[in-house]
Design a protein around this ligand. Structure first.
Ligand SMILES: *Cc1c(COP(=O)(O)O)cnc(C)c1O
Length: 224
């Protein structure tokens, strides 16, 4: 058991990078996906060793939690890119635009409107992904597949920068068919970005074309 936090963070990071490299080899891919380290629920002291190990993309799922811990970390490390991977309420759009460089969870017309207003006011343009409810689950966030072309058109005419699609497949199901379906829709819409894959399935997502994988527990340990 490794008890030095710095060595342990570096080892976990290296393990994910080699998993990504393996999947890239299997898929004959040259460019690996960007690894987003999802640090939700973990404090600055836990995040710092991963930054020291070279990780530069981090993700959070709550605006308020990110506001509490990231301004200080960003002041220490101005080259970090911060991603919002969780559901966003329209009334938090301005705060999200102020803090995050990339927003993965744009999923409905009212949020598009709120983000467009917020980015105009802030003079700042985060890169956005449209989140798709790929398993058509009742309780889950994300745009329904049939509504996706209209949401994309609205987002573009409102001035949002849409880089691609994002999904979280249904839990406890084989994720590959959902990743393939998301990739197919991105291709049809001409969108290059694919934010998909988490700790348990980032290699599968990489095989199927993910350009960003979002890995939390495999880097930070189990969430309490
Ligand atoms: C928490 C979270 C992740 C990371 O999940 P792990 O299973 O811990 O890797 C990725 N994406 C989203 C949207 C999340 O909320």
């Amino acid at each position: 058991m490794n008890t030095d936090p710095q060595a342990e963070a570096a080892a976990r990071l290296a393990a994910i990078h080699s998993g990504i490299a393996r999947a890239c080899r299997d898929a004959a891919r040259r460019t690996p996906p960007t690894l987003v380290a999802v640090s939700k629920t973990f404090d600055a002291a836990t995040i710092r060793p991963l930054i020291a190990a070279g990780q530069r993309h981090f993700g959070e799922n709550r605006v308020q939690e990110a506001q509490a811990k990231w301004p200080a970390l960003l002041a220490e490390n101005p080259d970090i890119t911060l991603h919002l991977v969780g559901q966003l309420q329209s009334n938090k759009a301005a705060e999200a635009v102020a803090l995050f460089d990339v927003i993965h969870s744009v999923d409905r017309p009212s949020l598009v409107t709120a983000l467009a207003k917020a980015q105009a006011a802030a003079g700042k343009q985060p890169i956005c992904y449209l989140q798709v409810n790929i398993g058509d689950e009742v309780q889950k966030g994300g745009c329904a597949l049939p509504d996706l072309p209209a949401l994309l058109a609205q987002a573009r005419s409102a001035g949002l920068t849409i880089a691609g699609l994002m999904c979280v497949p249904p839990a406890a199901r084989e994720p590959a068919p959902y990743f393939a379906l998301l990739a197919e829709h991105a291709r049809r819409l001409g969108l290059p970005g694919l934010s998909m894959g988490m700790s348990s399935d980032y290699q599968t997502a990489t095989l199927l074309g993910a350009t960003m994988v979002r890995v939390g527990s495999a880097l930070f340990g189990a969430r309490g």
